[in-house]
Design a protein around this ligand. Structure first.
Ligand code: PMP
Length: 406
């Protein structure tokens, strides 16, 4: 394969894809080339008939944080919980080992056990809950279900970088709304005509928590759109908008088991809204794949919800470590948002974030850095254990000192 910069002719062995526009993306260490229909030279008629690639849904996938294969790494790059899931989750796994023959059967497609546990915990009706394979699955299904208008879907310009990927893959028009200089959203932006709204609260990767009053105003002034509030990080000190689903038919709240419930590897997410919204979502999901939730995840998820004590204890530890890390970061001269999530979003006025990212990586400390305008000088650092965070702080302290002496 031969390829040059953007917008160029590409030859892939014997296939003539010269009329496709080449776009590249770096995934991990590799650079992938993809071909976007419609750009460059127009295909001749017979080429059109012959070439199957014109019928491909071409899209640029989301790039997740690195999952290193080896050990010995302080992994602060994907906002996982540094503590294990609730002990009941382990007990489920042990029971599953005894009863593994159950896996021969399809799971309960309504995941009733998990849904009932969530309904009791959040004090809503089971019919108001939708569960999926991580909140990514719930959000993707929601984009497909609710964002079918002609007007653009709105979300912040600095936010979870999966939103524009879903919009692209489902061919949903969207418009990003710039955050202000303090990474806060400007509510007026969400009063323009739109086909839907999605806002994470706290926002990612900034950790900034928005006031419920501001979000309520956005929901209330947009009765013609479904407003999704993505509360992936709300358990770490935010106020949930959940009570307002009783008041607003167009409000949907999405949460995950991946962060505060320490179960990123199990893949459970859920949405809570009025029954009408949930039924539309279920109709699309059941037109797609009935059995998204597997038996072990239904059982493990239920066990996690039932152990509220462990949940609170884990979240409490992470909040305490976060606040300790903030103090240390201030001492080291970092500037950061007042994150209410399980990560910090920090910049150092004297050292470029790219340099720090590379130095940390070289020393087996993984954090996240985006080369995106507006945040290119920030690092997103997941809160790990006390020990991990003190090793991070020591490393940074030494690095900054040595750099100053150079
Ligand atoms: N929303 C936000 C804002 C996130 O940061 C993440 C984690 N990458 C998710 C949703 C998805 O999490 P999961 O699919 O693991 O539930």
């Amino acid at each position: 394969m031969q390829a040059e910069a953007d917008n160029v002719i590409v030859n892939v062995e014997n296939h003539d894809v010269s009329y496709l526009k080449a776009r590249s993306a770096v995934v991990g260490e590799k650079r992938f080339w993809r071909y976007v229909n419609g750009a460059g030279k127009k295909p001749r008629r017979n080429e059109e008939k012959m070439n199957w690639e014109k019928n491909v849904r071409v899209t640029e996938p989301y790039v997740a944080g690195e999952q290193p294969k080896g050990g010995g790494v302080i992994k602060l790059n994907t906002n996982e919980c540094p503590y294990p899931p609730a002990p009941g989750v382990r007990a489920v796994l042990e029971q599953m080992q005894q009863n593994y023959e159950k896996l021969r059967l399809y799971p309960d497609m309504h995941a009733e056990k998990l849904v009932n546990a969530l309904a009791a915990y959040y004090q809503v009706r089971p019919s108001q809950i939708f569960v999926g394979v991580g909140s990514d699955d719930v959000l993707a299904m929601s984009f497909m279900t609710f964002f079918n208008g002609e007007k653009p879907v709105l979300f912040p310009d600095i936010t979870y970088s999966f939103y524009d990927v879903w919009a692209d893959v489902f061919r949903i028009p969207y418009r990003t709304c710039p955050l202000d200089e303090n990474f806060r959203l400007r509510k007026e932006d969400y009063l323009q005509p739109n086909g839907g709204i999605v806002i994470p609260n706290p926002n990612a990767p900034t950790g900034v928590l928005e006031e419920i009053g501001v979000l309520e105003e956005i929901v209330a002034t947009n009765p013609g759109s479904v407003v999704i509030i993505d509360e992936a990080y709300v358990d770490f000190g935010g106020e949930s908008i959940l009570p307002l689903v009783e008041k607003y038919e167009n409000l949907m709240v999405v949460q995950t088991f991946s962060k505060s419930r320490a179960m990123a590897g199990v893949r459970i997410g859920f949405a809570i809204a009025c029954e009408k919204v949930i039924n539309y979502l279920k109709d699309v999901k059941f037109s797609f794949n009935s059995y998204t939730m597997n038996l072990p995840s239904i059982e493990m998820g239920t066990a996690a919800v039932l152990d509220d004590g462990y949940f609170r204890e884990t979240v409490g530890k992470i909040i305490r470590t976060r606040e300790w890390t903030k103090k240390e970061f201030t001492r080291l001269g970092f500037v950061f948002t007042d994150s209410k999530s399980n990560f910090l979003f920090a910049t150092h006025p004297k050292v470029p974030a790219g340099e720090l990212f590379a130095a940390l990586k070289e020393n087996n400390i993984l954090v996240r850095h985006w080369n995106k305008p507006g945040i290119e000088n920030y690092l997103r650092i997941t809160i790990g254990t006390d020990d991990e965070m003190s090793r991070l702080v020591s490393f940074l302290e030494n690095y900054l000192k040595e750099r100053e002496n150079d």
